[in-house]
Design a protein around this ligand. Structure first.
Ligand code: F0G
Length: 477
C-alpha cells in the first residue's frame, strides 16, 4: 500500500526508537542516539545503546536471518554485521558503513579439542582473523563508523595495542569518511599491526608509555579537539561486536553452545557478548544463555584478580566500587604494570570493567588467567590445527584447557573459543617460538617467562646441495 505524506511523517525513525542510557540502574540517565558521548554526564559511568523493541520490527525467529544469504549481492546483506541489522537498529540500514566485515569461519578443530581435553567435535574456533583488517575489531568499527557518519564527524581517534588502530586506519582509508589519529604506546605494539596503521595512512602518535597511558591521553585529546573516539568506551562499537555471537549461533544452526571462551583485555568483547545474549533471551529468540569464560594473561590480570580473588560482582548494578578503588591504588603504589607476550591484552585498567562484570552475571561467567607459556603452547596448537592466531587469541584455548582440567568444563560440552586476531599480526612471537636461535627465543619469549617450546616446528638447516637436501627431506618427512 502506498503511504500518504502524512503517514510518512508520523512513522517513527531510528532516532526515535533507539537511545543511549547510563549502565548504572541508580542513575539511568538517557541521551539521544545522535549525541557523541563515551560516559554519562551525570555520574561518569559507561553508556549502553538501547532500543524500543516493542515498536521495532523484530524477527520472530533467528532463522529469518537466513533469508539474507540469498541477497548477498547487497553489501548490507553480505556484511556479517549488518545482515543482523534488526538486532542493532540504531541507524537506517542504507546509512550503515560496511567494508565487507564479518566473513568469518566457525572451525571445528579436533586436534585442539584433544589438546584441551574435549571430545571430538566439541571444540569450535570462531576465526575473527578473517576480517578485512585481520581482527574482530572490524565488527565494532563498522558500527562506530556508522554512528560517526550520522554525527558528521571528520576525524576519529583511538588508543590501541594495535588492532583497534589497524581497523580504524583501514575504515578511514576504504570509506574516506574520516581521518584517523591513533595513539600507541611506544614499543608496545606488534609489527604486523603497526605496519597496517602506517600503510593505511593514519596519523600515528607514539607516546612514551603503555596502552593505559595512551588511553588516558586520547580521551583528553579527543575532548579538546572534538575527535570522534572509537575505543570500546564508545557504546556503538559494542553493538557491532554483538554480531560475533550472532554468527556463532548462525553457524551452529541457531543452537546455543555450552560455553563461550574469550580473551579479556579492555573487555569490550565480553561486554558485547553479554549484551547480545541478554537481548536475544529477552526477545525470546534463544531459550538459554551460554556460560562465558573470560581469560586474562597472567601478566595483565586485573579482571581475574578483582573477580576471582576480591569477589567483585555486578550485584544487579551495585558493584563494590571501594574494592576497585583500592585495587588500583595498590597497583599504582606498587608501580605494577601489565606485561605479557600477548601484547593485545597488556592492559592495566580495562575500560569496560563494569559492563564485563554485568555480562558475567548474565552469562553465569567466570574468569581465569593463562601464563605466557600456556598461551604460546596453545597458540602453536591452534596453528598446527589449521588456523593461525596471534598470542592474545590463544588465551581462549589455554583458558579452556585450564577449565577442563579443573572439571568446570565437561569433555562433552560444546565450547566456542574466540580467535580474535590473525596469526600474521605478530610474526615475531611465532618465529621466536619455533626458532632454533636461542638468543632470539630468550629475547622475545624468555623475557616473558616462556622457558620451552614443546610444540615448536623447527626449520631444518641444510647446505645448498641437492643430495643433502634430499637426505634431509627423507629424514624429516
Ligand atoms: N584479542 C585481540 C587480538 C585484541 O586486539 C584485543 C584488544 C583483545 C583480544 C581484547 O579484547 O578489549 O574486547 O577485551 N585489543 C585492543 C586494541 C585493546 O587496542 O586493539 P577486549
Amino acid at each position: 500500500m502506498k503511504e500518504t505524506p502524512s503517514e510518512t511523517r508520523t512513522r517513527p525513525t531510528h532516532a526515535d526508537l533507539s537511545f543511549q542510557r547510563c549502565i548504572s540502574p541508580a542513575c539511568g540517565a538517557t541521551y539521544g542516539i545522535d549525541e557523541v558521548r563515551v560516559a554519562c554526564e551525570k555520574c561518569g559511568n559507561l553508556l549502553d545503546v538501547m532500543y524500543d523493541w516493542d515498536r521495532l520490527e523484530v524477527p520472530a525467529s533467528l532463522k529469518v536471518f537466513e533469508e539474507k544469504w540469498a541477497r548477498r549481492a547487497d553489501p548490507h546483506c553480505f556484511s556479517g554485521v549488518w545482515r543482523f541489522h534488526e538486532l542493532l537498529p540504531f541507524a537506517p540500514v542504507d546509512q550503515c558503513v560496511t567494508v565487507g566485515e564479518g566473513q568469518t569461519l566457525l572451525h571445528r578443530c579436533d586436534s585442539v579439542a584433544q589438546y584441551v581435553g574435549l571430545k571430538p567435535g566439541r571444540l569450535l574456533l570462531e576465526y575473527e582473523g578473517m576480517n578485512p583488517s585481520g581482527s574482530f575489531k572490524d565488527n565494532g568499527m563498522s558500527a562506530a563508523f556508522t554512528h560517526a557518519r550520522l554525527t558528521g564527524a571528520a576525524r576519529a581517534a583511538c588508543a590501541s595495542t594495535g588492532n583497534t588502530s589497524a581497523s580504524l586506519a583501514l575504515y578511514c582509508s576504504v570509506s574516506r569518511l574520516m581521518k584517523a589519529v591513533i595513539f600507541v604506546g611506544s614499543g608496545k605494539i606488534a609489527y604486523g599491526k603497526l605496519s597496517q596503521a602506517l600503510d593505511f595512512g593514519a596519523l600515528t602518535v607514539q607516546i612514551s608509555g603503555d596502552f593505559d597511558d595512551a588511553m588516558a591521553r586520547v580521551q583528553e585529546v579527543s575532548r579538546e579537539l572534538g575527535l570522534y573516539l572509537v575505543n570500546s568506551v564508545n557504546p556503538f562499537r559494542l553493538e557491532g561486536q554483538k554480531t560475533i555471537m550472532y554468527r556463532v549461533l548462525e553457524k551452529l544452526r541457531w543452537e546455543v553452545p555450552d560455553w563461550i571462551v574469550v580473551p579479556g583485555g579492555n573487555l569490550g568483547n565480553s561486554s558485547a557478548f553479554g549484551k547480545a545474549f541478554f537481548e536475544l533471551h529477552q526477545l525470546g529468540l534463544i531459550d538459554r544463555i551460554p556460560r562465558m569464560a573470560v581469560i586474562n594473561a597472567t601478566g595483565a590480570s586485573t579482571l581475574y584478580d578483582l573477580v576471582e580473588k576480591c569477589g567483585l560482582r555486578w550485584n544487579r548494578g551495585s558493584p563494590d566500587l571501594e574494592t576497585v578503588k583500592q585495587y588500583y591504588q595498590e597497583m599504582d603504589a606498587q608501580q605494577r604494570r601489565a606485561s605479557t607476550i600477548a601484547s593485545a591484552i597488556e592492559i592495566n585498567r580495562p575500560v569496560n570493567l563494569y559492563k564485563c562484570i554485568r555480562a558475567l552475571e548474565v552469562c553465569n561467567g567466570l574468569v581465569r588467567q593463562a601464563s605466557d607459556q600456556e598461551i604460546m603452547d596453545a597458540k602453536a596448537q591452534v596453528g598446527a590445527g589449521g588456523l593461525g592466531c596471534e598470542p592474545a587469541s590463544a588465551a581462549s584455548v589455554a583458558g579452556t584447557r585450564l577449565l577442563v582440567s579443573e572439571g568446570l568444563i565437561g569433555p562433552d560440552e560444546r565450547v566456542v573459543c574466540i580467535l580474535t586476531g590473525h596469526q600474521l599480526k605478530d610474526p615475531n612471537a611465532t618465529v621466536a617460538y619455533h626458532t632454533t636461535d636461542q638468543e632470539l627465543f630468550n629475547k622475545v619469549l624468555g623475557s616473558h617467562g616462556v622457558s620451552r617450546a614443546a610444540y615448536a616446528n623447527r626449520a631444518v638447516a641444510v647446505p645448498n646441495d641437492l643430495d643433502e637436501i634430499i637426505k634431509a627431506i627423507r629424514l624429516y618427512s
